[in-house]
Design a protein around this ligand. Structure first.
Ligand SMILES: Nc1ncnc2c1ncn2[C@@H]1O[C@H](COP(=O)(O)OP(=O)(O)O)[C@@H](O)[C@H]1O
Ligand SMILES: [Mg+2]
Length: 262
């Protein structure tokens, strides 16, 4: 099952990605979690120990590797480089595993929305495609903002895209934009996940104002989430209500994807 997690900055994508990754790992599933944020923080959210985190570096920052594989130095404009570099060894070689979760930091390239063609974007696009074609048991993509990495050729492999929102019109506005961009490339298996929900009113607000996306689940607002962050403990271990909500969402997701499997 391949799940992409998107939404506006700060809504809780990384928190949800870490919760789902640990939930599936604890069920004995093989989980590959991919951090595609330019400032990666999924390792911290998963409680990876310092010695493992020290071994992680976003692929987007590996200039020598990118040059070796594409034939051009990152940052160069023009010139020749391959659009289809070899990436099949990258997931195993540059990832680390903790408590059953394999984590890869991919990073991201600021293409300024222009879809710029440069060695580093060719590398990341090819890696993304490769990840979606691989036969991983569970692939979780912590996607930062947009859907630009997901080309038309890969959308068939995404079982679900979760759009995380807070109970605010602003984050629902971003969700509507994401829905449009996703639909434009043919991706329709989108679900809303509400986070930082404080009460019944906010839950009803999300149900009423969803931009046409089914609400897969809700995660409560809990001050212990920030406390977990300060203590350096995964939310999964520190906040029982969020763990319980994440287990429900993981179950719903498995059922949804079993129902839509072709
Ligand atoms: N359910 C929650 N209750 C309280 N705070 C939360 C909750 N979920 C996330 N947060 C806090 O919100 C901030 C952003 O969360 P994060 O998962 O990093 O968002 P994103 O990855 O979307 O940018 C963090 O400080 C996190 O501790
Ligand atoms: Mg994040």
């Amino acid at each position: 099952m391949k799940v992409a997690i998107t939404g506006k900055g700060g809504v809780g994508k990384t928190t949800l990605a870490a919760l789902l990754a640990q939930a599936y790992a604890d069920q004995g599933r093989d989980v590959l979690a991919v951090d595609a944020d330019p400032s990666p923080c999924l390792a911290g959210a998963l409680g990876f120990p310092a010695e493992l985190r020290a071994r992680l570096r976003p692929i987007s920052e590996m200039d020598d590797l990118i040059e070796e594989r594409t034939g051009a130095k990152p940052g160069t404009v023009g010139g020749f480089f391959t659009l289809n570099p070899r990436v099949d060894d990258i997931p195993e070689r540059f990832s680390v595993v903790h408590r059953g979760v394999r984590l890869l930091e991919m990073g991201s390239v600021d293409t300024g929305g222009s879809g710029c063609i440069c060695p580093e974007s060719a590398m990341l696009k090819t890696l993304f495609t490769h990840l979606l074609f691989r036969k991983d048991d569970i692939l979780l993509l912590d996607m930062y903002a947009g859907v630009e990495h997901l080309g038309r050729a890969t959308v068939d492999f995404v079982d679900a895209m979760l759009v995380v929102v807070e109970p605010t019109r602003r984050s629902l506005g971003t969700a509507a934009q994401i829905k449009k961009l996703a639909n434009d490339i043919g991706l329709t298996r989108l679900y809303l996940v509400g986070n930082k929900v404080r009460n019944e009113d906010e839950a009803r607000f999300l149900e009423a104002e969803t931009p046409g996306l089914p609400v897969l689940g809700l995660l409560p607002a809990d001050l212990k989430v920030q406390e977990a962050d300060r203590l350096g403990i995964p939310v999964y271990d520190h906040v029982p209500d969020l763990k319980a909500a994440a287990l429900r969402i993981a179950g719903s997701l498995s059922r949804e994807s079993a129902g839509t499997a072709s």
